[in-house]
Design a protein around this ligand. Structure first.
Ligand SMILES: Cc1cc2nc3c(=O)[nH]c(=O)nc-3n(C[C@H](O)[C@H](O)[C@H](O)COP(=O)(O)OP(=O)(O)OC[C@H]3O[C@@H](n4cnc5c(N)ncnc54)[C@H](O)[C@@H]3O)c2cc1C
Length: 418
């Protein structure tokens, strides 16, 4: 069967890989000249299988109000609110109850754990060098209040059988020795023992080659303009390089998915949430992070990838613009200097990066069929697209191939919004 996969972000490439392994004739269409130049390019590299959680959580509305006036806030909202931003915020709010959080988290953890298994299989099967580190993920608490709040998280982690350890300051330093320089700034941490970190861009490129070896055709520099349909069936994809015809179509266009699907009458709840990262060479190995951390106060991730450190964070709601705003990268720089003051040298502008997370209000991606006979979605992976990529690719392959997925797919498709 001929399958067209719309785009070569990490989600599209993972989809193409498993579809090709199932014996389908796969073509990937991508507007850029190379794979993974969108949001999959310079993310924080965290494989947060255990720390998979939706942003919408009890307590977030109050925190968000405080962030709006804080000097170093993880959330920035453009005051010129558009209707789609208001709608997104409203939908986020509706998901901030304890019961919604529980449901959403369970769906995310299901996909993430499946991905964890798939990464392990991939590592066994292929000799990819993608700077994988298995040091766990250390969530850093700076206040007593955060330590207390972590108790609730631990109950959830126990329920999902996630392996973790609660650490005092000495424990945090043992996990990340360079924190010795800032021990007075931290109160403790939670370490997700099985979480990992790795370079998403490198992996995406290795996987692209593996796809090519399986016969996948990649057409770069092709811009998808419209999906043509007739009687609730897709009859082709219109691009600036002509039409593409296939038997089945998988849409994995990240933040652009909603716009492309809208003329078909599909109201996809995927909103672009801007995030920032800085990538810098390590100046002093002993003073740099060895694995990956999450600073709970500022919601900033710091990850060691080979000889570099990447620091990433911020949720900026400002539509589709990818402008690097000073307020956006100020907080990431502040957190890195605050926790690892001796790790890196001076930051230059070419080390800064920005892109859009394809976010759903409930944090869970949208994977599965829609009411068009031969159209499938694999999008809306938000903050955790790297973590969930392989699991999502496997699921969409099973659905497209007419097989029963290996995990429960309840609540993953778009019908949960209808
Ligand atoms: C600052 C930041 C830090 C992050 N950190 C992490 C992390 O630590 N761990 C984690 O798991 N996730 C993280 N994420 C999230 C993760 O990066 C995303 O969820 C993931 O990259 C989404 O992948 P995607 O393939 O859906 O989208 P993308 O990678 O954006 O791919 C979409 C592709 O579609 C192409 N495209 C779009 N429109 C068209 C068109 N009309 N025609 C043709 N091609 C088109 C684009 O060129 C692009 O290549 C982070 C994100 C950000 C912004």
């Amino acid at each position: 069967m001929k399958v067209l996969v719309a785009d070569s972000g990490i989600i599209g490439i993972a989809s193409a890989y498993y579809l090709a392994k199932s014996g389908h004739q796969v073509t990937v269409v991508e507007q850029e000249l190379e794979p993974a130049l969108g949001t999959s390019f310079a993310n924080a590299g965290q494989l947060s299988y255990g720390m998979s959680s939706p942003w919408a959580a009890p307590g977030i509305p109050v925190k968000a109000m405080k962030w709006l006036v804080a000097k170093y806030a993880p959330l920035i909202i453009n005051p010129k609110l558009t209707l789609s931003t208001i709608k997104f915020l409203f939908r986020i709010l509706r998901n901030c109850t304890a019961s919604r959080y529980e449901i959403n988290k369970s769906r995310m953890v299901r996909v993430s754990k499946y991905s964890q298994q798939a990464i392990a299989e991939m590592v066994k099967e292929h000799d990819f060098d993608f700077e994988l580190r298995s040091h766990g993920l250390l969530q850093i608490f700076r206040t007593q209040e955060q330590l207390e709040a972590a108790k609730k998280d631990m109950a959830v982690l126990d329920a999902y059988n996630v392996k973790y350890e609660k650490l005092n300051v000495e424990g945090c330093i043992k996990a990340e020795p360079a924190l010795i320089h800032v021990k007075d700034k931290i109160k403790g941490g939670l370490r997700y023992l099985k979480d990992q970190s790795a370079n998403c861009f490198l992996f995406a490129n290795h996987l692209t080659q593996a796809c090519k070896d399986l016969g996948v055709k990649f057409d770069f520099n092709v811009n998808i303009q419209k999906i043509n349909s007739k009687n609730k069936k897709i009859i082709g994809i219109q691009t600036d390089q002509g039409d593409y015809i296939a038997d089945k179509y998988v849409i994995a266009l990240g933040s652009n998915s909603a716009d492309i699907l809208s003329p078909l009458g599909i109201n996809l709840p995927v909103y672009p949430v801007k995030g920032y990262s800085i990538t810098m060479p390590v100046k002093s190995d002993v003073d740099a992070p060895q694995g990956t951390l999450m600073d709970e106060t500022y919601k900033v991730a710091i990850t060691r990838l080979g000889d570099i450190v990447r620091v990433a964070g911020i949720a900026e709601l400002t539509g589709y613009d990818k402008i690097l705003s000073k307020s956006g990268d100020r907080i990431t720089q502040f957190v890195l200097n605050d926790l690892f003051p001796k790790a890196i040298g001076k930051v230059s502008d070419d080390q800064l990066w920005v892109d859009l997370r394809p976010m759903t209000p409930d944090g869970t991606p949208i994977i599965g069929k829609i009411p068009y006979e031969n159209l499938f979605l694999n999008t809306g992976h938000g903050t955790l697209g790297w973590t969930m990529s392989l699991g999502s690719g496997k699921i969409i392959n099973s659905i497209v191939s007419g097989q029963t997925p290996e995990i429960d797919i309840e609540g993953l498709d778009i019908s949960r919004y209808q």
